[in-house]
Design a protein around this ligand. Sequence first.
Ligand code: UD1
Ligand code: UDP
Length: 367
Amino acid sequence: MKIAIVFGTRPEAIKMAPIVKECEKRKLDFVTIVTAQHREMLDQKLEVFGIVPDYDLDIMQANQDLFYVTSSVINEMKPILMKEKPDVILVQGDTTTTFATSLAAFYLKIPVGHVEAGLRTWNKYNPFPEEINRQLTTRLADFHFAPTEWSKKNLLNEGVDESKIFITGNTVIDALLMIVDPNYKFEDKLLNEIDYKNRKVILLTSHRRENFGEPMRQTFSACRHLVETNSDVELIYPVHPNPNVQKMANEILQGVERIHLIEPLDYRPFVQLMNKAYLIMTDSGGVQEEAPTLGKPVLVLRKTTERPEAIEVGTAKLVGTDKDVIIEEAQKLLSDKSAYLEMSTKANPYGDGKAAERIVNIVLEKL
Ligand code: UD1
Ligand code: UDP
């Protein structure tokens, strides 16, 4: 049996790496196909996990739009899938690579296994286009690897056959546990020299399409205010290379004392930075899942989230993108020790680090 593992962006690479490693370990017949919807950010992750893809579609263009990414993936995937004839294709999450690959697989009548299935906001435009990407991927998929009970329930409510849904945990926890190392020393001088014990380091990440423009302006203004009014706070922001994000970050955050705008980090230093941060503010999906394992409070800079589990457990809070609300919620965590402790001492709801093993077992059993 041949398995094709497909991914294209930073988060997919991180979350698919444990499955690639599991297939390598068991010496299975598999191929890795990367669309390279992301380039540098994908290559960073391939390197960390020592993955050399069998196929690289190399589609990324500067400031690409959704039409370009969708059509390139479908067209370029066709000859590879026709040549390789895999028995199953594994895709992950909610990117355009995920959806377009599932559609290409459907056109060729190849079964699809969807890793991280069943996440929902039920809001068509938030997150955009990810909510619809994952709903459409569900329609196209044959096996649904739900990370949690909640995501399984969503699939059942949509009429997905229960025998095709498997709760596995999220592979992001497998990846995190492979990489986390409390003794890791940053190579970067700035990251190495920050006094994490006596300073309150806020780690910021922000890149979502629906936050471009005013929501991102409000978020960044709130961050700037927090740094300017708390002399013990340092803010570190590895800025996503999307030109829309770069422009706003430079406009509002550049040149401010104790705000460090840096390049996207390799996974190893990023995990270490999460581990050393006081507080994480993010609109990222993956970071919401990773932070609870490291015991870090997360303020989610979005109007909706498809990851309510961490909010229910109490390690994350959905604060939206209004400047005043963000300032109020972050200030509480900076000044009120008990509010901080309340959020930093809960269990991680996303898995035990064995999701990839379960997924590969199921693929082998069911096919
Ligand atoms: C994509 C995904 C999003 C995911 C995010 C993770 C879609 C529609 N969006 O958003 O779901 O959360 O990745 O980061 O699938 N760029 C580079 N180098 C890189 C990567 C991106 O320069 O390594 C720049 C390019 O100008 C590129 C732009 O960012 O055109 C946008 O990349 P794209 O993948 O279309 O969207 P993201 O915002 O990264
Ligand atoms: N990440 C990283 N370096 C960075 C920022 C994030 O390695 O500079 C990792 C992070 O740990 C998480 C993943 O990238 O596993 C999240 O990717 P992103 O936020 O781009 O996408 P999302 O999860 O929102 O789809």
